[in-house]
Ligand binder design. Structure first.
Ligand code: PLP
Length: 438
């Protein structure tokens, strides 16, 4: 196979910043996957972004398929969000007292995600999931939780057992520092295997407080639930008095206006949210059945609090972005159409090159797994050729396409990606696939 070599981008300012960063910050980054360890090379330091494009500190431009790991569904720096933030800033940055926007945000979330009867705002997805299992434990009086291998729910201790995303990429899905005591209360099972869940519930009858999952998994790469799987989990939880928690930090407001639960027609007891809900600012939320949420302090005794929770700037950004999505549900069909073009185009390129890689897609999330096997759970995801993925990633980067720097991550498409930009992506994909396998 022949291919045009990628131009080598000038990255001297990024490299110099990374050298400085490593002296002051563990591994030089404030979140592990940013370090590019899974793909080789140094991270690119960003300067600014608008719409579909990122600009780095050396002036290179990239078409962005990470979108801040999900939040920027309308592309970067949409005017409607920037204007809302600028207006909010005039009223000061934080009060530590209730504000009108918190009420409006709660009303908007409830309208968009009807399973949520009461909601509490926090500052990140991690806080949302940690709090959700606490309230599930308080509500049921039980200690154990069930999670799925390769699902990532943030970096709370209870979830760093068989965790996906950066933990998996770094080869440490079970983190040192999590005590035995905590770990023994987290039961893990493979995704998309209902029988395994039945067995573990039976072996721990009356002890399981919550079952938490990504209804569509983004953190072992993109993996969809098989037909009837979510319904099966719903029935098992109802039968055994287990709180069903959908972690929709990634999928919320992305796969549909009401998230994966709307797309698949399943009603969880609690939902955790983040990313899109903050429009790029640090926000998370958890909510659901009123009888469960009324256990949260000060309504109930399960303690959870936050100095900056419901922050006026973050809620201004969140309300602006969510309102737009609420009023323009047609964008989900368009995102789906554009992403289907990307997924189909990538499949076709791989087939032409004799690679037959697996491309998984749900709505505006997709992953190209460097394996020809179907990917339905963590074991099948791990069949991927991560070395070849690393070569592909670097080839794409140097062609100005910014992908997640790890095989076990999903890619996110924003409304800023046009048909013309899909063509641009596919041209780079073809050349990079050839280069990675040349
Ligand atoms: N839950 C899921 C499904 C996620 O993908 C993430 C982050 O990627 C989290 C929770 C944690 O969110 P945060 O990084 O905002 O703490």
């Amino acid at each position: 196979v022949t291919t045009s070599p990628a131009p080598t981008l000038p990255l001297t300012t990024s490299d110099a910043l990374f050298t400085r960063a490593k002296n002051h910050i563990p591994g030089g980054v404030n979140s592990p996957v940013r370090a590019f360890r899974a793909v080789g090379g140094h991270p690119v330091f960003m300067q600014s972004a608008k719409g579909a494009w990122l600009t780095d500190v050396d002036g290179n431009r990239y078409l962005d398929f990470i979108n801040s790991w999900g939040p920027m569904i309308l592309g970067h720096a949409p005017d409607l969000v920037l204007n809302a933030v600028q207006q909010a800033v005039q009223g000061s940055l934080s009060f530590g007292a209730p504000t009108r926007r918190e009420v409006e945000m709660a009303e908007l979330i409830k309208q968009m995600v009807p399973s949520i009867e009461k909601v509490r705002l926090v500052n990140s997805g991690t806080e949302a999931t940690m709090s959700a299992i606490r309230v599930a434990r308080g509500f049921t009086g039980r200690d154990k939780i069930i999670k799925f291998e390769g699902c990532y729910h943030g970096h709370g201790d209870s979830f760093l057992i068989a965790a996906g995303s950066g933990a998996l990429t770094l080869g440490a899905p079970d983190s040192p520092g999590v005590t035995q005591g905590v770990a023994q209360d987290t039961l893990t099972v493979p995704y998309n295997n209902l029988a395994a869940v039945e067995q573990i519930i039976a072996a721990n009858e009356g002890q399981v407080a919550a079952l938490i999952l990504e209804p569509v998994v983004g953190n072992m790469g993109l993996v969809a639930p098989q037909e009837g799987y979510l319904q099966g989990l719903r029935e098992l939880c109802t039968q055994h008095g287990i709180v069903l928690i959908f972690d929709e930090v990634m999928t919320g407001f992305r796969l549909a206006r009401g998230g994966a639960q709307e797309l698949y027609g399943i009603t969880p007891d609690l939902t955790t949210l983040g990313k899109i809900i903050g429009g790029g600012m640090p926000v998370g939320a958890y909510g659901g059945r009123q009888d469960i949420m009324d256990n949260v302090a000060p309504a109930g005794k399960v303690y959870q609090a936050g100095t900056l929770s419901g922050n006026p700037i973050a809620t201004a950004a969140g309300i602006a972005q969510l309102s737009y999505l609420n009023e323009h549900p047609e964008i989900y069909d368009e995102l789906n159409r554009i992403t289907t073009r990307i997924a189909d185009g990538t499949r076709q390129i791989c087939a032409e090159l004799g690679l037959n890689y697996t491309v998984n897609q749900v709505g505006s999330m997709f992953s190209v797994f460097f394996t020809s096997q179907p990917v339905t759970d963590l074991d099948s995801a791990k069949a991927s050729d991560t070395e070849a993925f690393g070569r592909y990633f670097r080839a794409m980067l140097h062609r100005g396409i910014y992908l997640a720097p790890a095989q076990y991550e999903a890619l996110f498409v924003s409304t800023a990606i046009t048909d013309e930009l899909v063509d641009h992506y596919l041209t780079a994909c073809r050349e990079s696939m050839k280069e990675a396998h040349g």
